[in-house]
Design a protein around this ligand. Structure first.
Ligand code: HEM
Length: 418
């Protein structure tokens, strides 16, 4: 079934370009690329009726807006709720809101610069590169655990546990807590679904509260007895007398745990699916470290795990012929930008040998993904070990994407290797 997509009316007047596509329509979120093709052909800047704000689909605009200092992820540092007509915070999501309050993703300079500087060191390439042997071991343990079976859901058995265990261990939480962390994280991420229900909000709030209680206990232990882990590092790191508060440490740990696995799990699933559907011999995809890197980049580009991020206009301004008021939201369509035919030759083709694969899946500008070097290593290892150990891997049944348009990932990925 095709998604109901309407672009209307197509006109030369930018301020009149509108589009309608329901993000909860299964036909839409199973294949948003049909919509993107029409946007690129007809109207890459448009007012998305269901979201009620302007959106940008071209690579040029998305890259420029991610870097444009006139836009930010936060607005309440330059305007009040009353000024913007924003509703007051809801008591039934108070715990969830607390976890978001000090999140790097919700801050702008100078608060963002301060927090990012204090945690950045742990995520630079040369530091995370040391984790590669551990990730290789883990990937092989996962394959050992299901290799004897006939058919497996690769998301559950392989894609999900690896990044969850790695980020848990980095922070200083035991690998055994990973399934619980995943469960909390999944319930919290449901808050980003379009048209979220009150039941989902209550559930996400409870998950946030339980997550914070768990972390508070661990923080108290680390205060007494620091270890060589990120939690202890965050509690003790000091720049000219400036330290992170417990609330900041908690928000950052939750952000890292949530951001640290969700998108990587989806990229692993989407990437394996793309490789298997392409019919390309996997041996050629991981023949050298350079080709492995290029294959990972193409997986990130071709079927990005995160499709839509928003920014606030921090002042009244004009962009691409659109007049925006301070506080207006704009949508940056990363998944669409990665398929822009003006930027990529044969954009809808999965081609791990292309030379123009640099994409916006990790964002750009000051919020550029802090975990990108780690995610790249996890993906390089996961793909290359999987296809080395199971060269006959193939799809066992058609797969379906989750009903969370922004987080574009598979519900399950059934595979066989006999
Ligand atoms: C394939 C995997 C991943 C993808 C595609 C991805 C994508 C992104 C994107 C697009 C942003 C920027 C959002 C915006 O500009 O609004 C972001 C930010 C962030 N990511 Fe990732 N991410 C991935 C993995 C990770 C991992 C493994 C970690 C942590 C270990 C992580 C931690 C973060 C954090 C903390 C931020 C916020 C940075 C800031 O606001 O300064 N991500 N990520």
């Amino acid at each position: 079934m095709a998604a109901i997509i309407q672009l209307k009316p197509i006109t030369d007047v930018p301020s009149q370009r509108r589009a309608s596509a329901d993000p909860r329509d299964p036909a839409f979120f199973q294949n948003p690329y049909a919509f993107y093709d029409r946007l690129h052909a007809e109207s890459p800047v448009f007012f998305w009726e269901q979201y009620g704000h302007w959106c940008f689909a071209s690579f040029k605009d998305v890259s420029a807006l991610l870097r444009d200092k006139r836009f930010g992820r936060e607005i309440l540092h330059v305007a009040t709720r009353e000024e913007l007509g924003m509703p007051a915070p809801q008591p039934h999501t108070a715990a969830f809101d607390l976890t978001e309050q000090h999140s790097l993703l919700n801050l702008e300079p100078p608060a963002h610069t301060r927090l990012r500087t204090l945690v950045n060191r742990a995520f630079v390439s040369r530091h995370v590169e040391q984790l590669r042997p551990r990730i290789i071991r883990l990937a092989n343990e996962m394959i050992d655990s299901f290799e004897g079976e006939e058919c497996v859901d690769l998301i559950k058995a392989f894609a999900a546990p690896i990044p969850a265990i790695i980020i848990a261990e980095m922070i200083g939480l035991p690998a055994e807590s990973a399934p619980q962390l995943l469960a909390w994280s999944n319930r919290m991420v449901a808050m980003y679904m379009f048209g979220v229900s009150r039941a989902t909000e209550l559930d996400a709030n409870q998950a946030a509260q339980d997550f914070m209680d768990f972390l508070a206990a661990t923080i108290a232990e680390r205060r007494k007895q620091p270890r060589e882990d990120l939690l202890s590092h965050m509690l003790t790191s000091d720049r000219g007398g400036d330290r992170l508060s417990d609330a900041e440490v908690m928000s950052t740990a939750i952000l890292l745990l949530n951001a640290g696995h969700e998108a990587t799990v989806h990229t692993t699933g989407n990437g394996v699916k793309a490789i298997l559907e392409s019919g390309i011999d996997p041996v050629t995809l991981f023949s050298t470290p350079e080709q492995t890197e290029a294959t990972v980049e193409e997986c990130l580009r071709f079927d990005a795990p995160l499709h839509l991020f928003t920014r606030y206009a921090l002042s009244d301004l004009d962009y691409a012929g659109i007049s925006l008021r301070k506080g207006d939201v704009v949508g940056l369509m990363l998944g669409a930008a990665n398929r822009d035919p003006l930027r990529f030759a044969d954009a809808n083709r999965f081609d791990p040998f292309r030379g123009d694969g640099a994409n916006v899946s990790f964002g750009a500008g000051i919020h550029f993904c802090i975990g990108a070097p780690l995610a790249r290593i996890e993906l390089q290892v996961a793909f290359s070990e999987l296809f080395r150990r199971l060269p006959k891997l193939r799809l066992a049944e058609a797969s379906r994407y989750n009903d969370v348009y922004h987080f574009h990932g598979l519900e399950k990925l059934m595979v066989r290797w006999d």
